[in-house]
Design a protein around this ligand. Structure first.
Ligand code: ADP
Ligand code: MG
Length: 366
C-alpha cells in the first residue's frame, strides 16, 4: 500500500508490508542481531504483561500483572472483566517494564504484541496499544502468535541458570489453559502440529479439578500444592493413551475425578485425589511427548505453557526424554511479554505487521 493512503481508522498508513500469516516459513533467516531491543506485550487472557528482551535472549525486564484475583470468585476467566482490566493497567505495566530495563523509546527497535489466539476483547487492548505506541514512536510493529511465543520462552537467558540454545529440530509440548499441542519445530517459523487435545486442555483439566476439589482458581498450582508429598492412597485414575495418535484427551479423567468425589460411601481425601489426578496427567503427557521425540529424531524437547510450571511434569519429562529437555523458569511458563519479544526477535522479518493488524482470536500456528 502506498505510504500516503489512509486506513479505515483515519490514521495514515506507513510503508510497511501487510500482515502475513504468522506461520509463513522463511528458510534463509538471519540470526538475531545481539543488540536488538524489543518491547513485548501480552494481553491474550488474564495477564497484562510487558517485557524488554535484548537479542532475543537477554531479559532486561519482565512485568506481569495477573488478574487472577478478579476472576477467582467466578472460577474462570470472565472475558469482559479481563479486557477492562487490561485497559486500566497496560500503560503502567509498559512504563514499569521500560523503567526496569533502563530503556527509552528511542533505544527500542520494535514493539511486538500477541495477535492471537486468545480472547477477542483482551487481545484488542494489547494490539491497539502496540499500534498506537509503535506509530507514535516510529517503530516497527510485529504481530506474534501466542502459542509459538510459548516455545520461545526456552530461548530466554535467566540469571543463575545455565544457558543453552535449544538445538533444532525440536519437539514442543505446549501445555496451557487453552491448549495442549505437540508441535514439531523444524526451524524458526517452520512447524508441524503432530497432536492436540480432542477435548479439554491440560491446564483446563487442572482448573476444573481444582474447582471440584474446592482448591480455588487457578487450579494448576493449587492441585500441585495439595498433592505435594501425598500418596495416592491406592487411587488410580484412567489414562487416555489414544494409541497410534499424538492427540490427547482429558475429559474422561475429569469425569473419573468427579465420580470419585461424589462417592458418598467414602470419598477419598482431597490430597490423594489431587495426587492421583496429577499423576495421570503427568504420565500421559510425559510418555507421549518422549515417544514422539524418539520417533521424530529431534534434538531437543521444549516444554512450555502454564502447565510447564508443574514440578512433577518437569521431573517426569526430564527422566523420560531421549534428548535434552528445556523448560522455562515458572514465571516464563505462564503468559508473559518476554516470550513475545523473544519470538519477535527471531522472526523479525516474518512478523512485521501493517497498521491494519487485527487480533485473531482463533489464530493457528500451523
Ligand atoms: P493461557 O492458556 O492463557 O495461555 P497460561 O499459559 O498462562 O494460559 O497457563 C495457565 C494455565 O496453567 C492454567 O490452566 C493453570 O492452572 C496452569 N498452571 C499454572 N501453574 C501450574 C502448575 N504448577 N501445575 C499445573 N498447571 C499449572
Ligand atoms: Mg499462554
Amino acid at each position: 500500500m502506498p505510504p500516503t493512503q489512509s486506513s479505515a481508522s483515519g490514521l495514515p498508513l506507513r510503508d510497511q508490508p501487510a500482515t502475513e500469516p504468522a506461520s509463513t516459513p522463511h528458510r534463509d533467516r538471519r540470526p538475531p542481531p545481539a543488540s536488538t531491543l524489543i518491547l513485548g506485550l501480552e494481553t491474550s487472557c488474564d495477564e497484562t504483561a510487558a517485557a524488554v528482551v535484548e537479542g532475543g535472549r537477554r531479559l532486561r525486564s519482565n512485568i506481569v500483572a495477573s488478574q487472577f484475583h478478579l476472576h477467582a470468585p467466578y472460577g474462570g476467566v470472565v472475558p469482559e472483566v479481563a479486557a477492562r482490566h487490561h485497559l486500566e493497567v497496560i500503560l503502567q505495566v509498559i512504563d514499569t517494564a521500560l523503567a526496569e530495563a533502563g530503556v527509552g523509546w528511542r533505544q527500542l527497535d520494535a514493539v511486538a504484541v500477541t495477535a492471537g489466539p486468545g480472547l477477542a476483547g483482551a487481545l484488542l487492548v494489547g494490539v491497539n496499544t502496540a499500534k498506537a505506541l509503535a506509530y507514535a514512536h516510529d517503530l516497527p510493529l510485529l504481530g506474534v502468535n501466542h502459542l509459538e511465543a510459548h516455545l520461545y520462552a526456552n530461548w530466554i537467558e535467566v540469571a543463575a541458570r545455565e544457558y543453552r540454545v535449544p538445538e533444532l529440530p525440536a519437539l514442543g509440548l505446549i501445555v496451557s489453559g487453552g491448549h495442549t499441542d505437540l508441535v514439531l519445530m523444524r526451524d524458526h517459523g517452520v512447524y508441524e502440529r503432530l497432536g492436540r487435545t480432542r477435548d479439554d486442555a491440560a491446564g483446563e483439566a487442572f482448573d476444573k479439578v481444582g474447582r471440584l476439589l474446592g482448591l480455588g482458581f487457578p487450579g494448576g498450582p493449587a492441585v500441585e500444592r495439595a498433592a505435594r508429598g501425598q500418596g495416592r492412597g491406592g487411587l488410580r485414575f484412567p489414562r487416555a493413551w489414544l494409541r497410534g495418535s499424538d492427540d490427547f484427551s482429558f475429559s474422561g479423567l475429569k469425569t473419573a475425578v468427579l465420580q470419585s468425589v461424589r462417592d458418598d460411601a467414602g470419598a477419598p481425601p482431597v490430597p490423594a485425589v489431587a495426587a492421583a489426578f496429577q499423576a495421570s496427567v503427568v504420565d500421559v503427557l510425559s510418555k507421549k511427548a518422549a515417544d514422539a521425540a524418539r520417533r521424530e529424531g529431534v534434538r531437543s524437547l521444549l516444554l512450555s505453557g502454564g502447565v510447564a510450571a508443574n514440578g512433577p511434569l518437569r521431573e517426569a519429562l526430564a527422566a523420560r526424554s531421549p534428548v535434552p529437555l528445556f523448560a522455562p523458569p515458572p514465571l516464563l511458563c505462564t503468559d508473559n511479554g518476554a516470550m513475545i519479544a523473544a519470538c519477535a526477535c527471531y522472526r523479525f522479518d516474518d512478523l512485521r505487521a501493517g497498521w491494519d493488524l487485527d487480533p485473531q482470536p482463533g489464530m493457528k500456528m500451523t
